[in-house]
Design a binder for this molecule. Structure first.
Ligand SMILES: [Zn+2]
Length: 285
């Protein structure tokens, strides 16, 4: 395959995947009978499903970010959304309300910080209007004076405990946790991706900062599709919905197989391996 034909094929695979992901979401929403007495359930769960489709599609559409610098940021957000959804679905209505309540409390807190900060200076153009609009958005769901601010986690427990309760501790251990260092720019990530060995032998091989070019790896797209599939599956199981259209995940796998790249570097549930080459060669002591 020529380079141009290869790029064309990648483009087709991306379009097929993102298109099917939207169709899969639409099919499920169509089959999920709306119960307005449980509107929070439909809003939160539906939005989390749509969020996963959005994240997977955005990653798919941007091949330049299929690398260890950026892709884990997206995949970690998908892992977060998956655990949130899986935990919510164990006691859906109550947990959806808690989720909304916490989010509104956080929004109210930020609004108060901003207004307090504005008191000491002249507001920028439109700043007051912006604050009023945020307040109106909160009030449209729940009056601001009723929205107490909870400073803990929204669920009242750690993500690990949520994952354990939602029976997806493996997902936490092998997906959520390994992608966290990139998401939080922790040492174990930046040492590998943003340091290289100094070549001056008098410097005892210390490491110096670098902005590394890293190769693209379609496996990151494969993982995004896999987490999307897991998200749909946990929803289907909890809500009792079956869809008969071929999944976006399968569509993607077929496409990647044609390109000969599926599963190139990673185990199914694990992030792609890191190339230590430029960052740490001979630098373990
Ligand atoms: Zn040096």
């Amino acid at each position: 395959m020529t380079e141009a034909a290869g790029l064309d094929e990648v483009h087709h695979i991306i379009e097929a995947f993102t298109g099917r992901a939207r169709e899969e979401l639409a099919d499920r929403l169509k089959k999920w009978p709306l119960d307005l007495a449980k509107r929070e359930l439909h809003e939160v769960v539906g939005a989390l499903l749509a969020r996963q489709v959005t994240l997977a599609s955005q990653l798919a559409a941007c091949p330049p970010i299929w690398n260890g610098h950026i892709a884990p940021l997206v995949l970690r957000a998908m892992a977060d959304a998956y655990i949130t959804l899986a935990w919510i679905l164990k006691e859906p209505l109550d947990r959806c309300r808690k989720f909304i309540h916490y989010g509104l409390g956080q929004e109210k807190l930020q609004l108060e910080h901003r207004r307090a900060e504005m008191e000491a200076r002249e507001p920028h153009d439109g700043e007051r209007e912006y604050c009023d609009a945020v307040e109106a958005w909160i009030n449209s769901q729940r009056a601001t004076f009723l929205t107490d601010v909870n400073l803990g986690s929204w669920s009242g427990m750690s993500t690990r405990d949520m994952a354990a309760e939602a029976e997806c501790l493996d997902f936490y251990n092998y997906v959520y946790a390994p992608f966290s260092p990139c998401g939080h720019s922790m040492w174990q990530h930046i040492a590998r991706y943003n340091l290289k060995e100094c070549r001056n032998p008098l410097h005892r091989f210390h490491w110096v900062p670098t902005v590394r070019d890293v190769p693209l790896d379609p496996d990151y797209l494969y993982l995004a599709a896999k987490y999307l599939q897991k998200t749909f599956a946990v929803f289907d199981g909890a809500v009792g919905i079956a869809t008969d259209i071929e999944s976006a995940f399968d569509v993607l796998c077929l496409g990647l197989d044609r390109l000969g790249t599926a599963g190139s570097t990673a185990q199914p549930d694990e992030p792609p391996g890191v190339d230590y080459g430029n960052g740490k060669s001979g630098g373990d002591e």
